[in-house]
Design a protein around this ligand. Structure first.
Ligand code: PHE
Ligand code: NA
Length: 454
């Protein structure tokens, strides 16, 4: 049997895990989510979710991967023959996400080029929807390809599949060792510039202004948990796959804390940068900051180009750096999601890495072309909505319930992690996973079905 691939260094594994965690979610999802759910007060449910669910689950997934040394389906199979399906379910969610996540990275690639000459013009909204995406709801057109999106999309897949083809150490580890430090440096430059712009202080004040009443609302807690799960790439089979390449002696508990805190620090940094920039834009246009707050596609591809237009100097350069940051953050996440199904297919069918990259990666690359059509954005919104509502937290809930309650594995996982880690897991870890997390996620699911189906 061929020897299992392994990370070359501990830093390599941590950078890859952090690279998966830091993604578009940190930059365009976190700032608006925090603002809409209590501002400064959001940090209470957010930190609670990080410490009672995010990091404990990360430790658990690292333990599963390390102990059973397989992709998610294989690890779950080795844990108990009856739970292989749980791994495939997570893999399927990852597969679907990768098809549209790739397209957003392709947009960011295009925009890094547009930034140089500010070729998006003054009407950045019109530019995005009509000129660039060429959107159409006409059924005769929704299926036609948009070459401006298709070409960067091909590039995104070539890089991603090229990295995976090169393997765990020579591909994934090496790419993250370049991408993540570069990303951090570029992003720090942008944030420093943003918070020294006129009006930035108002933006930050708007962001941090706490609304303590909000945290009595269930919706805010649901938002905090949702953010933590998506942001830490938990319940996507990713962290199980990555930790399956760890050497026997690895401090997994410590690694989980480092990953969790690095991701949250980046998220906070992004919040500060984004709101600094929003404060600047509000001041330029004499409107309250509240009026310019946005998230998601609108923030990155409509509002940011506008802000860049108004920059006092070096607009092209800062625009370029911003979109390159999105590309780097996105690519390192896309690499991680794609690896989950590449590894799963490779092990299930006993084929080579190259063949698994070709079939698995090739299939998602082909499917992602759907989002590079004139109806692409509508398809993308639908897929994203479905995944966010029914994918992530659902898998997470089933995963903890199966492990904690049905298989009663937490004790053996605790001794496994403690046997190799400096940081010791105490009884609180089992309480977080066995009680707190299932109760909160169960409530989330209940709430979700109530609002969607009743
Ligand atoms: N954690 C990534 C982010 O914050 C998103 C992601 C989700 C990455 C799923 C991989 C898989 O953007
Ligand atoms: Na993240």
């Amino acid at each position: 049997m061929e020897k299992r691939a392994q990370w070359g260094t501990r830093a390599g594994f941590i950078l890859a895990a952090v690279g998966s965690a830091i993604g578009l979610g940190n930059i365009w999802r976190f700032p608006a989510t925090a603002y809409e759910n209590g501002g400064g007060a959001f940090f209470i449910p957010y930190l609670f979710a990080l410490l009672t669910a995010g990091i404990p689950l990360l430790v658990m997934e690292f333990t599963v991967g390390h102990k059973f040394r397989g992709s998610a389906p294989l690890s779950f199979f080795r844990m108990n023959k009856k739970t292989e399906w749980l791994g495939w379910w997570a893999v399927l969610v990852a597969f679907v996400i990768s098809t549209y996540y790739a397209v957003v990275i392709a947009w960011a690639m295009s925009y890094s080029v547009f930034a140089v000459n500010l070729s998006w013009g003054d009407d950045t909204e019109g530019f995005l929807f009509s000129d660039y995406l060429n959107l159409s709801v006409d059924p005769g057109q929704t299926g036609s390809l948009v070459p401006g999106v298709f070409i960067p999309l091909v590039l995104v897949w070539l890089v991603t599949l090229g990295v995976l083809f090169a393997g765990v150490k020579k591909g994934i580890e090496r790419a993250n060792k370049i991408f993540i430090p570069t990303l951090v440096v570029l992003f720090l430059i942008i944030v420093l510039r943003a918070i020294t712009l006129p009006g930035a202080a108002e933006g930050l004040q708007t962001f941090f202004e706490p609304n303590f009443e909000s945290i009595t609302s269930g919706k805010v807690w649901v938002a905090a948990y949702g953010q933590i799960f998506f942001s830490l790439s938990i319940a996507f089979a990713i962290m199980i796959t990555y930790s399956s390449y760890l050497p026997k002696k690895s401090d997994i508990t410590n690694n989980a804390f480092i990953t969790g805190f690095s991701n949250s620090s980046f998220e906070l940094l992004a919040g500060i940068g984004v709101f600094g920039a929003l404060g600047f834009m509000a001041t330029q246009n004499n409107v309250p900051v509240e009026d310019v707050v946005s998230g998601g596609v609108g923030l990155a591809f409509v509002v940011f180009p506008q802000i860049i237009n108004e920059f006092p100097a070096l607009n092209g350069l800062f625009g370029f750096l911003f979109f390159i940051s999105l590309v780097l953050a996105g690519l390192s996440s896309l690499i991680s999601i794609t690896e989950t199904y590449v590894a799963a297919i490779k092990e299930k069918f006993g084929i080579s890495r190259a063949a698994a990259v070709g079939f698995g990666g090739g299939l998602s690359a082909v499917l992602s072309i759907l989002f590079a059509t004139q109806g692409g954005l509508f398809f993308l919104d639908a897929a994203d909505y479905f995944i966010n509502q029914f994918g992530i937290a659902f898998v997470g809930l089933v995963e903890v319930v199966v492990i904690a309650w049905f298989l009663r594995n937490l004790n053996s996982f605790q001794s496994h992690a403690n046997g190799i880690s400096d940081l010791r897991l105490g009884g609180w870890w089992k309480i977080c996973l066995g009680v707190i997390t299932p109760v909160v996620l169960g409530y989330m699911m209940f709430d979700l079905f109530k609002t969607n189906l009743l």
